[in-house]
Design a protein around this ligand. Structure first.
Ligand code: ZN
Length: 443
């Protein structure tokens, strides 16, 4: 059977229409064209007629997918387990209640994207490990925690703090957004175990044990110096036990593979990877390999797929982007040493460069990772942790306003509402419940 001439304008246009219907009809029309020995002019005419016939149907099916996604977002609890927006909140008078044109997360855009619950991260980058640094980072972490509380309080008509799954479901029912709190990097705990209780009492429900560098709790997956504790340190073992005791989720994102297995072996409760993806699809030490996925299933935990582009798809070389970023670093110098106004300037120039030159992974690539987890360990152990405002965002889902695009892709692949409900929030809420039920002391 003659293949359609792919250089023909009409066929190229037809090819853009991604729906099964078009594929079936093209096959039929090709058959007719071949049977009747049509020349390319007549074939073009035939394809144009086909286009007129199928375009409304395709638009319709796209509209139907959006409609179905909207209904699902109304009915099921949707949770993102990681955003770094609080960094902006402490640096400026950022108000979560306002619709922003910069950044990725605020309450109005969560409502637009149908996102019911967000874990706001109290992030600290790894610094020196001495008493005065610990004192400083601990009080900074408390300041960020308070900023989250006051920002939510200020917008109590549309949002509320959540510490249990029950809180999240009740807030959704009342038409309000659930704001959870997580701690990214155990650094502010320092070497004083009592810090964990302090963070718990102030509403935090997970701690990511490390960030990109080793700390006193465990090795990081990305410290250029390599291993320091061969996994969890002895203090780290105390941290895991204390978190189990309090009923706080242990977050294994960022930690080394050995530390991951140490935690899995030691923890009496399920653990989470609040923002990590699959190493089988994208080779990065930040991602979990299939053996780790199997161990996570055994533990009853959950992996929340991180939609940061370079953890989703290994980027192709991009010398143009590299050159622009080098230029930016040359202009401003070391980001950490800049005064606040210059940091802001550098961040906004960075975003302009990113938008123009970065070739991001897509929503389809993200859903490939969800598919992969499901193929390896089933649908009960996967969710979504965007890392918005910490580098997260892919083509088709750059802010919380775009969250329904992930649901649309899940629907396109045949996922049913019950599974989508697990992916979007059911699984992480199950883990939160189990961790809470297994705690050893009353809160
Ligand atoms: Zn992170």
């Amino acid at each position: 059977m003659a293949a359609p001439d792919s250089s023909s304008g009409a066929f190229a246009l037809l090819n853009c229409v991604k729906c099964r219907l078009s594929g079936d009809l093209i096959t039929q029309f090709n058959y007719i064209a071949a049977q009747n020995n049509l020349n390319s002019g007549m074939k073009n005419l035939l394809y144009c007629s086909l286009l007129i016939l199928i375009l409304p149907a395709c638009n319709n099916s796209e509209k139907q997918l959006l409609k179905r996604a909207e209904i699902i977002h109304e009915k099921v609890l949707t949770v993102d387990t990681h955003c770094d927006t609080p960094m902006d909140m402490v640096r400026s008078d950022f108000d979560l209640g306002q619709h922003h044109s910069e950044g990725c997360v605020d309450f109005p855009r969560m409502a637009e994207g149908g996102l019911d619950a967000e874990f706001f991260a109290v992030f600290t980058s790894q610094g020196p490990r001495n008493d005065s640094a610990y004192k400083e980072v601990y009080s900074y972490a408390l300041e960020v925690l308070e900023t989250i509380h006051s920002n939510v309080e200020k917008n109590s008509d549309v949002a509320g703090i959540a510490i249990t799954s029950d809180d999240a479901y009740k807030l959704k029912k009342a038409g309000r957004i659930a704001a959870f709190i997580g701690i990214e990097n155990g650094y502010p705990v320092g070497k004083d175990i009592s810090g964990i209780r302090e963070f718990y009492d102030r509403g935090a429900r997970y701690i990511t044990l490390s960030h990109t560098r080793n700390n006193d709790i465990c090795d990081s997956s990305t410290d250029p110096k390599g291993t320091e504790h061969n996994g969890l340190s002895s203090f780290g073992r105390e941290v895991v036990k204390e978190m189990n005791r309090l009923g706080m989720m242990i977050d294994v994102s960022h930690i080394s593979d050995k530390a991951f297995y140490d935690v899995i072996q030691l923890s009496s409760a399920p653990v989470i990877a609040s923002h990590s993806s699959c190493r089988a699809l994208c080779e990065s030490p930040r991602n979990l390999n299939d053996d780790m996925l199997l161990a996570l299933k055994e533990n009853g935990g959950v992996i929340q797929i991180c939609i940061l582009s370079e953890y989703i798809k290994t980027p192709d070389p991009n010398p143009e982007l590299d050159a622009k970023l080098r230029e930016l670093r040359g202009k401003y110098g070391d980001y950490a040493n800049l005064p606040d106004d210059k940091k802001k300037e550098m961040r906004s120039e960075y975003r302009v460069i990113q938008d123009k030159y970065e070739k991001l992974a897509t929503v389809k690539d993200v859903v490939d990772h969800i598919d992969h987890v499901i193929q390896v360990i089933g649908v009960d152990y996967v969710g979504i942790g965007t890392d918005f405002d910490g580098g997260g965002g892919v083509e088709g889902c750059k802010t919380v306003a775009d969250m329904k695009n992930i649901t649309i892709e899940l629907l396109r692949r045949g996922y049913k509402k019950a599974d989508i409900a697990k992916i979007w929030g059911g699984n992480i809420m199950r883990v939160l419940n189990e961790v809470e039920q297994k705690k050893e002391i009353p809160a």
